[in-house]
Design a protein around this ligand. Sequence first.
Ligand SMILES: [Zn+2]
Length: 511
Amino acid sequence: MSFSKVLSAAVKGMDIEFVYVEADVSNGLPVFNMVGYLSSEVKEAGERVRTAVRNSGLDFPAKRVVINLSPATLKKRGASFDLPIALAVLAALGQIPAERLRGSLAIGELGLDGSVRKVPGILPIMMEASKENHVACCIVPKENAAEAALVENISVVGVESLEQAVLFLRGKIQLKEVCRKKKNSRVHIVQEPDFADICGQENVKRAAEIAVAGGHNLLLIGPPGSGKTMAAKCLPGILPPVSREESMEITKIYSVMGMLDENTPLITRRPFREVHHTATRAALTGGGLVPRPGEISLAHGGVLFLDELPEFRKSVLEVLRQPLESRMIQISRAHGKYSFPAGFMLVAAMNPCPCGRFPAPECVCTPAQIQGYLGKISQPFLDRIDLCAEASRVKYEDLSAKKRGEDSAEIRRRVCRARKIQQDRYKKTEIRVNAELGSRELKKFCELGSDEQKLMSQAFSILNLTARAYHRIIRTARTIADLDGAEQIRTEHLNEAIGYRVVDKRYWRQQ
Ligand SMILES: [Zn+2]
């Protein structure tokens, strides 16, 4: 046998393409030729594979070796083809039985000493492989084995070295199939800031509760030191638990980025991503020659927190507009379009003016300064904020109060109850939370009575609302009604929702 073939896979954005690695060994000039639309990293595999094979105590005779990676239309990148290339060559040389390779998928980077190193994107690859009937077994780096085993219906073998993979394929050693953990048995107890530690600021706490309950976007405005950042950092403590489906969705993104923990790969908590204002557009939305997910995708299913909002470059904020509507981001490249999930809840915090004291009389800024500062946030961006809450200066009575405020666990219980109501209501749809309601669904699920309609028509003209802002008020009111356990949205729910829109009008009205 001088020819053999091994199945492998490539990650392209969040998508997977299967790749066949073919090896042909013949007598002739000893060369190692690789073809099949390869990037330079893949071409370098030749050296790595030859050295790794020799250092694993295996024979590498001086023969003519040709490697082909198909399909030829797909550009192959990265070092993850090292292991399948080595196995294909060894099978073509007759050192491992070729039939053992049939029905197997192999992936992994090789070190010169023959060690097999972890690669990104194992989880989506396993998910795709499990849909293929002909893939029975996957040989993956040991460090990726727990991650691979998150997928059911496929047997996973984790190898530490090329030698181990060879001995396994020769049937010389039994490698225990990685056992599937039912759940992450150890529950991480993370000490998080708790809402009970924030003095006063009841309106901020209430706005945070509503925002999390319905997945709405939240803007906190207030003077420095009023606890906006602290309130935002308390949010993870009231986020509802993730479903298995969401957990896999989130884990898949972190897998592509190679950011999973080796032992407990499954992400079971909603992400909270704080982005610094120096972040570039690519870091935020994803980018690169072959695009990789950015912060907005890493925040999928959780919170994206932007502190000091006006410090962000305007162009960076504007790119958030599209994903805030569509809950995903598309990136175009000459060789194709990529899309990444970006269903995050936006939380932002800002001072009301450069000195931080506006609209109090102590503010020392000129009207032009204030306008310039607030003007960094465009109206279309503001239209995508559902709730705007004002953090006030801490009052002495609140500081000296003996009684602690309500703790996060209590708030989280109410959030979970409201989420359950939404889950039941949207059972037969793709919608998970009120924030995802489209204009058609709004009509169906948020019908208003005549008093409520009258109120909204007044608000529409007095507050000079855009259609987008109008819809956002109704979605927020739906969540407030859900927290209240009310089936119908009533005027008090609408009034509270409108109240959160009035705050931003107070600051931005002048413009
Ligand atoms: Zn000021």
